[in-house]
Design a protein around this ligand. Sequence first.
Ligand SMILES: Cc1ncc(COP(=O)(O)O)c(C=O)c1O
Length: 294
Amino acid sequence: MPRPRPCSTSCRVVRGFVDIDGELAPAGEAKVSVFDRGFLYGDSAFEAMRTYGQRAFRQDDHLDRLFASCEQLRFGVPTGRAELERRIARAIEAMGGQECYLRLAVTRGSGPLGLDLAPAEQPRVLIYALELKLPDPRTYERGIVLGTAHDGRSVRAPGAKHSNYLASVLAFADVRARGGDDALLLGASGEVLEGATSNVFLVRGGRVVTPAVGAGLLSGITRKVVLELCEELGIHAREALVFPPELYGADEVFITSSIREVVPVVRVDDRGVGDGRPGPIAQRLLAAYRAATA
Ligand SMILES: Cc1ncc(COP(=O)(O)O)c(C=O)c1O
C-alpha cells in the first residue's frame, strides 16, 4: 500500500504572523489540530481590530469583549490579560512597522469528536497579525449597497462574538449574487439587526438612530466610539427598533466596523438612500473617527 503523503493544510497566500499558544510563526506555517473544536464546531470566540501607528485601536475594549464572549461560551482564557497583551505587542512588532489586521481567537481547544464539552483539552489562544487589507478609498466617496437577508444565526450566546458565521457567509454570498456589496441581517420579525460584519446606523432630520443591542446584535466597539463621537459633536443619537422602511426613507445610512471604520450606504435593496450620495453626518463621523485613531 502506498504511504500517505504528508498534506499541507496551512494557507500560503496570507502574509503575516500567527501566535498559537505563545509560539509565533509565519502565517503560512501556522497550524492547529484538525480536532480543534473551533474548526469542528465553530466553538470559539474572536476579535478583529487594526493598528494605527502600530497600536491596536481600543484594544482594552476588544479584550473586555473577548473575555466576556469566552465566559458566555463557558470556557476561560488560559493566559492572563497581561500575557495576552505581551503576545499581541510581539505579533505587531513582528510585522516590522507595517500597520496590521489583528485577530484574536480563543477556541475551546482540541477534543474527541462529539458535542460534550467535558473532554475538551485546554482552550487555545491564537493571535493573527496580518497584512491590512482596506477598502478602496473610493468606497468612502461613493458609498456601498446593502441587501437585506434574514438572520439565520444562533441566538444561544447573544452578544458573544463567537465564530459561527456560516449563516452570515451565506447571506453575504446571496446579497453579492444580487449585485449588492454587503448583507444587512434582519431578525425574526423583520427588524434590522446589523451588517454581516458591521453595525448599522440611519440619520433622519439630523438625528442618528441605531438598532438596540437588546435586539440580538453585536455591541460593536466602533458603534460605541461613534455614539461617543455623536455626543461630543452634539449630534442627537439614540437606540431604537428599526425596520427596513425606515432605512429606505432615511436621509443617510452608514455601517461601522473596526476594520472599515464608517462606510456610507447609498442604497438598501433597490431603494436609494437620501440623494444617493454619502451624507454629511457619515462624513463628519468618519473624519472624527479617524481623528480619534490618530
Ligand atoms: C456581526 C458583527 N456586527 C458588528 C461588527 C462590528 O464590530 P466592531 O465595531 O467591534 O468591529 C462585527 C465585526 O466583525 C460583526 O462581525
